[in-house]
Ligand binder design. Structure first.
Ligand code: ZN
Length: 188
């Protein structure tokens, strides 16, 4: 199924023009979460995710994943999945990218592009769009506004779906719950 641009735009708000797609480089930023992603930004995030996927270390699943996360100030960080002989030590591409951003002090995230396919296969060649696992959805929730954060599920720069984190993780639990609990406790 090919996603047309109109349906993709249904999930988009107005995000400012970007200037660079390279991971770790500055893109033109905004202090508002509720902005849309222009096509150029979407394409550049997808290109970055596809490029990061080349570094995937997946000797067990042979499922290679790349991700690129856009931070509030416009910086992009990329990541790939990194597996381990002790399977539980494996980390997904989304979390690799997000943790790289947090490591550099970026705690407000705007969007994440994801590209995935079995080893030796291009994401554009498979039937399904990629989808983040539950753990990664929860990690996104820690650093993003669920209704504003865009998750770009990409086969190629021309073929993708965009969902919000709220679409992927409805009725979610996040940091505010603990804060509200602490506030309530303080009032008693
Ligand atoms: Zn994951």
């Amino acid at each position: 199924m090919k996603t047309d641009q109109n349906s993709t735009n249904n999930h988009c708000l107005d995000y400012p023009q970007t200037e660079s797609s390279c991971a770790g480089r500055e893109l033109a930023g905004s202090d508002r979460v509720n902005r849309s992603l222009p096509p150029e930004t979407i394409a550049r995030l997808i290109h970055t995710a596809l490029d990061a996927r080349r570094f995937s270390y997946a000797p067990y699943s042979h499922y290679c994943v790349g991700a690129a996360v856009l931070t509030e100030d416009g910086t992009v960080f990329d990541g790939c999945n990194i597996e381990n002989a002790s399977y539980g030590a494996t980390i997904c591409a989304e979390r690799t990218a997000i943790f790289a951003a947090v490591r550099k002090g970026h705690r407000r995230l705007i969007a994440l592009a994801l590209a995935a396919a079995p080893e030796g296969v291009e994401p554009s060649a498979i039937r399904d769009y990629p989808s983040p696992c539950g753990i990664c959805r929860q990690v996104m929730r820690e650093f993003a506004d669920p209704s504003g954060f865009k998750v770009i599920l990409a086969k190629s720069p021309e073929d993708y779906r965009i969902l919000t984190l709220a679409d992927l993780l409805p009725e979610s639990f996040g940091p505010s719950f603990l804060q509200e609990q602490a506030d309530t406790g303080a009032e008693q």
